[in-house]
Design a protein around this ligand. Structure first.
Ligand SMILES: NC(=O)c1ccc[n+]([C@@H]2O[C@H](COP(=O)([O-])OP(=O)(O)OC[C@H]3O[C@@H](n4cnc5c(N)ncnc54)[C@H](OP(=O)(O)O)[C@@H]3O)[C@@H](O)[C@H]2O)c1
Length: 280
């Protein structure tokens, strides 16, 4: 596919490519970097398992938000997940431009009772986690590798939107109460990514996730309470729910790096997201 030449109106601004531009993070990045000369490519416009389309020269920055994110689906098709998360990331890195790639708390096994920092030992439990970890390597030594956690936003498939739907249909929902993480609003993550690149922080791994932590059940209760939905949360164990992919029990991310952008608390992210959806 041949891409259009840059809009002369944007001359002088950074030329920024966003992959996976229709995903929940891709959309938030488009909003956050709206002042730049954006080339926002959806899955249809660039399937990253294929080499880059022509016309992607002279990029000042690449924000690689495309990924296989179906955690349970990756157990059934690890090669499909690897094609996107590893080979796809290598294709994006082959552009040779400054690169931000995204990774996950699922590179950890969740057995550490304290928060995970960047230098902690990785040990993914799932096929998804393994492909994301190899994807970090595929991004190359000069990339910013941003690990985040439990993303939610106003669009796409995410836990907050699922709870809003189920809460309006049912009197009770069963939600896992033995996994703890940092639910991160994509708008806040996109802001932190801009801070990282605009202040030219050193490359390498950065943990950028919401302040605070909770379980999925606590997050569900917060959604219902903030949105005024009358639905009970029945707390269940991971074992009871029986999902195909194992998930880390305690995957709280914090940064040990000087100058790391600080994100707001997850509850503030939740309120901002619900307000943007008109749910509060
Ligand atoms: N979601 C989370 O809780 C979470 C947590 C930590 C880290 N992350 C990481 O954060 C990043 C963004 O995730 P997200 O939550 O925004 O995911 P998302 O909403 O699922 O968006 C991913 C996007 O990638 C696209 N995509 C899939 N395969 C592709 C391919 N072969 N070529 C090009 N595009 C492709 C998808 O398009 P289609 O939908 O059309 O296939 C989708 O638009 C990912 O790297 C993810 O691993 C996510």
């Amino acid at each position: 596919m041949e891409l259009e030449q840059p809009d002369p109106l944007h001359a002088g601004r950074r030329r920024v490519l966003i992959t996976g531009a229709s995903g929940q993070l891709g959309r938030a990045l488009q909003r956050e970097f709206a002042e730049d000369n954006l080339v926002a490519l959806s899955h249809k416009e660039w399937n990253v398992t294929l080499p880059p389309p022509r016309g992607l020269a002279a990029l000042d920055l690449v924000l690689h938000a495309a990924a296989w994110t179906d955690v349970d689906g990756a157990e059934a098709d690890p090669q499909g997940a690897a094609a996107v998360n590893i080979a796809g990331t290598a294709n994006v890195a082959s552009l040779g431009a400054p690169l931000v790639t995204f990774s996950t708390d699922y590179v950890f096994d969740g057995r550490k009772p304290e928060p995970y920092v960047e230098s902690d030992r990785v040990n993914p439990l799932s096929a998804y986690g393994r492909t994301k970890l190899h994807g970090e390597t595929a991004a190359g030594p000069d990339a910013w590798i941003v690990r985040s956690s439990w993303l939610f936003g106003t669009t796409g498939h995410n836990f907050v939107r699922t709870m809003l739907r189920l809460g309006s249909e049912q009197e009770e929902v069963a939600v896992v109460d033995d996994q703890r993480g940092c639910p991160t609003y994509v708008g806040h993550l996109a802001g932190a990514v801009r801070e990282l690149v605009d202040t030219d922080r050193p490359r390498g791994v950065w943990h950028l996730a919401a302040d605070g932590d909770c379980t999925w059940a606590e997050l569900a209760e917060a959604v219902f309470s903030e949105a005024g939905i009358d639905c009970r949360v029945r707390r269940v164990s991971t074992l009871e729910l029986g999902r195909p992919a194992p998930r880390p029990a305690h995957a709280v991310l914090r940064s040990e790096r000087a100058g790391a952008p600080v994100l707001p608390h997850w509850r503030d992210g939740l309120r901002e997201c619900l307000a943007a959806m008109g749910s509060i």
